[in-house]
Design a protein around this ligand. Structure first.
Ligand code: TXA
Ligand code: MG
Length: 326
């Protein structure tokens, strides 16, 4: 059985944080909240502790873990940050939903880095979690806290039902952003987006001359990209609003997942993601909607496509991976 402790992202509580810190130091596993999704963490310097994460998640061994740190100085314990030309500018985006892939040093567990000579580093925007990491005096290697292949968890309740063998779960509010961090590979004044997230291509163009999305050939660079991800267990279609409404006129055995604006045109059951004018409302309820579909009486769902610009590009990236075109 795991220990469950209620916390708030915005407030530091050293007594509670030191319980998790001790578990990390002793080689255990701790689920913690972040602004993106919940993570399941272990000592980033210990092969044995990191192995537990792969076992609990059923994760492929060749898929590296992100090392979460509490501040810029701690990032330097694991990565050769001075080799990253734009590191200073990038560090201005932290704490936040950004993972920077950099050359790694020997302190990073071989298991965590899955044999690569790089490490993805992130400083999460959750004050409680940063303090828990600081107190552990270790980097905390952590993937998203879900069984491999399932949608990432945006509420502690998702994890309590799903993962077994975890030592401690910190339960906070629902994740504010709700989709995983932007993962980038900086190379001089060029940057490759390995996984889109809340920091967009436009944001990164303030720092880099060239910003590209990784193509299929980059799968080797970000091993996680080749695995099935983020999907509900049930079949999910995607369609533009008009097509979706037309489909619902004929089919009544499918659960629509839509914006608040489109929901107004639907009579039967539907899951509302949020207003189209509030992208964070939509992203933060996306994975929850997949899980609700799975536990509903419906065998199939249909999700509304969003306009592909800015942060919506990242939301659509997850929707596309989770669904098939109608
Ligand atoms: O928002 C997030 O990033 C969440 C929270 C917990 O921080 N974490 C998360 O971790 O989504 P995970 O393991 O589910 O996804 C990490 C992704 C994977 O696709 C992995 O392959 C890639 O980042 N990645 C990690 N280290 C890498 C590296 N050294 N080189 C290339 N890709 C890397
Ligand atoms: Mg994941």
């Amino acid at each position: 059985m795991f220990k469950l402790i209620d916390v708030q992202c915005s407030s530091i509580d050293e007594e509670k944080a030191s319980i998790g810190a001790l578990i990390i130091r002793e080689g255990g596993t701790v689920v913690f909240p972040t602004e993106t999704v919940y993570g399941i963490g272990a000592d980033a310097e210990s092969d044995e502790a990191c192995r537990k994460i792969y076992r609990i998640k059923g994760r492929q061994q060749d898929n590296p873990l992100i090392v979460h740190v509490s501040d810029i100085k701690q990032a330097g314990n694991y990565a050769y940050t001075s080799q990253v030309e734009k590191f200073h500018e990038l560090s201005g985006l932290w704490p936040g939903p950004l993972t920077v892939v950099m050359p790694r040093n020997d302190r990073v567990s071989q298991v965590a880095s899955a044999g690569l000579d790089t490490v993805g580093i992130r400083i999460p925007d959750c004050a409680f979690t940063r303090d828990f990491i600081r107190l552990s005096r270790k980097g905390v290697a952590a993937p998203s806290a879900n069984m491999s292949g399932r949608p990432s968890a945006t509420r502690a309740e998702h994890i309590m039902d799903e993962l077994s063998g975890v030592d401690l779960i910190y339960r906070a509010e629902k994740s504010r952003i709700g989709i995983e961090s932007t993962v980038i590979l900086p190379q001089g004044t060029k940057c490759t987006i390995l996984r889109p997230g809340a920091y967009t291509r436009e944001d990164l163009l303030n720092i880099f001359d060239i910003v590209e999305y990784a193509g299929p050939a980059d799968k080797v660079r970000s091993p996680g990209m080749k695995y099935r991800h983020y999907s509900p267990g049930k079949q999910l279609f995607r369609a533009e609003k008009e097509q979706l409404l037309a489909y619902l006129d004929i089919h009544h055995d499918v659960l629509p997942i839509v914006t608040a604006e489109t929901a107004a045109d639907i009579k039967g059951d539907r899951l509302i993601l949020g207003s189209i004018n509030d992208p964070y409302a939509i992203s933060s309820s996306l994975y929850d909607s997949f899980r609700t579909l799975d536990s509903s009486k419906y065998e199939r769902g249909i999700i509304e496509c969003m306009p592909e610009k800015g942060f919506f590009t990242s939301i659509m990236n997850r929707i596309r991976k989770a669904s098939v075109e109608l």
